[in-house]
Design a protein around this ligand. Sequence first.
Ligand SMILES: NC(=O)c1ccc[n+]([C@@H]2O[C@H](COP(=O)([O-])OP(=O)(O)OC[C@H]3O[C@@H](n4cnc5c(N)ncnc54)[C@H](O)[C@@H]3O)[C@@H](O)[C@H]2O)c1
Length: 334
Amino acid sequence: MLNIAVIGLGWWGRIIVDLARGSDKLRVVRVADVNPQAQAFAAERGVPFSSSLDEILSDPAVQAVVLCTPHTLHTGQIVAAARAGKHVFCEKPLSMTRRDVLRAVAAVQEAGVTLAVGHEKRFEPPIIELMRLLKSGALGTPLQVEANFSQDKFLTLDKDNWRLSGAEAPAGPMTATGIHLLDLSIGVFGEADTVFTSVKQLGSALTNGDTLAALVTFKRGGHALITAILATPFAGRFAVYGSKGWAEVRDKTHPEAPEGWTLTTCFSGGRAQSVDMPPAPAVLHNLEAFADAALGRAPYPVPREQMIANVSALEAIFRSAASGIVEKVEGDGR
Ligand SMILES: NC(=O)c1ccc[n+]([C@@H]2O[C@H](COP(=O)([O-])OP(=O)(O)OC[C@H]3O[C@@H](n4cnc5c(N)ncnc54)[C@H](O)[C@@H]3O)[C@@H](O)[C@H]2O)c1
């Protein structure tokens, strides 16, 4: 069992507390939030509450923290937790800039702790199958990704909610949902090379934009066409087109309450075939993979280079959304 403290008890932190409480790999020993109203949730779950991260980090009973806080706090909290010798699971995005993600990764490397990120899509069974097909060569050379992750959950948020601020979500839907698709695209193609992004406010009062389209090119070749919309009902789709076949995953519901997926594949000379796949708790599987890594049982399946590549591309997407032109993704030159 890994003793964890969940930091940030908003929408996602509460989901994570309840998932972890049902796991035999994780034990929630403390929770923290700066908002005293979150104390009632902690009391209901019978978990000690704290209003400060420092207090959590000085508790030797806490082996790891799970950060479910606003985006701009992540880097500082990862660095502080690593320096205190705690393993870190951080919700997406790990950081908002390449400089910051390099700082976060350096801190965990120096401390010798595990770093994991809340990209649960990688743990969804149809995505695991799609990646297996890709790796086996069954799809041939990957040519293009087309992906969409949309939802209308933010339409009722107060205007001053952090998720709608230019600092926390500079490219509107990108940090909310598009980032998951960017992560998967990097899983397919590796490091990104250039990005062109357009964000518009078309269907809501979300002033930092509700409709995003991004074209990402990759150093090894290939394109990803990513769309994310915050003013339309839920949609989730990830498709990879290759030289010998293609595979498409369609989500039935939002990852907060998975109801399964449809996986469609088509190979050269054949016809498209669809299978329905039953629900699976991908968010929990991600947390348990983190626990396994922190306890030295298995490496965490998302490589750190891909965590860095994701945030590097994210930062270029922010720049492109602001400049309106193609932006180069910073990298190590390889
Ligand atoms: N993986 C996913 O699919 C998924 C889904 C939703 C949200 N998220 C991520 O989870 C994170 C939180 O999002 P949310 O929707 O739960 O937001 P939220 O606003 O509902 O919750 C954030 C919580 O953090 C608390 N907080 C703020 N500053 C803090 C600090 N310094 N220390 C401790 N607590 C602090 C707030 O009081 C609030 O309760 C974000 O990174 C978001 O992108 C991930």
